[in-house]
Write a protein that binds this ligand. Sequence first.
Ligand code: ZN
Length: 324
Amino acid sequence: MDPNRRTPLMAPVVESRKLVCARSRVPLPLSRVCFLLASSLWLLTSGFWLLTSAFCLRAAGWRYQLLEVKPHVFVWVPEDIRDQESDPDYDRAGTAGFIITDQGVVVVNTTNSPFHAREILFEIRARTDQSVKFVINTDARPDHFLGNEVFADLQATLVSTVEAQAQMRQYQKELSRRLDGDSYLASAMRAIHPTLPTKTFQGEWTLSVGGREFRLTNVNLPTQAGAGPSPGTAVVYLPDAKVLYLGDRYENGMIPRLESTGFKPWIEFLRQAEGWDVDVYVPGHGPPADKREFSEFRRFLEFLSSRPDAQPPEPAPHPKARPS
Ligand SMILES: [Zn+2]
């Protein structure tokens, strides 16, 4: 992350080049010339390797973006890759965020693993010494709450809707069953301990931290007949900043997991949210958006629902490329 950290890698190359230049001023026997040519070639190759390595370190350090969408209001956007250290069914980390106040930090979602949650904590610590007071889980899906343990260790209060907490508990139970005899899953989840919210709410709840309001609304959309329960998503609205964190009610630039939620109530909710006093809409996946981009998602869902074969599909099965 810090470009200065890579400076020592370059130092030996610069020093070696000085030595070669100094020696080339005096006549040398052929064997020494060959030796110096070979040494120079080796040094050039080494320099190229070191440069390449330095570049790779830099690239590896930029697996996510941190955007300050309003003063002290941050959005963490991961690169869209499949993580090895997570539940393979939820191996794409969700977008998250945090808000810094002068009386503590509020985190919105913790991604699909403690590893990413620590990246978020690193960014918080780079900006403030304030403690993390609350973590809000917008969704029950593991790609948004499997990093909870990092903030639970810091004594943060974990918050979700009643429905989301129940679904997370269900996930926890099923995970124990899934782990039985599945060495691949056991390896992927070996350092991850699903940690549930300790505080729940129904309907609406307003949280105040450092003079800032966080208005939480349970968007418990009706489900299709015969389908599973609704995830009970909590959306988080900051009225002073005009920022709305939507969790998986909004996926920017990606085809959403439709699962059990029907199109009609979802589209109706999105239409309502378009009318709210919001400048920045933060999705559950992808980068934040303005009102125009946000309305494109609603139109996309309308297009999907208008198709004669429109049915909420099953989540895509995980590729069978697991090592045995
Ligand atoms: Zn998600």
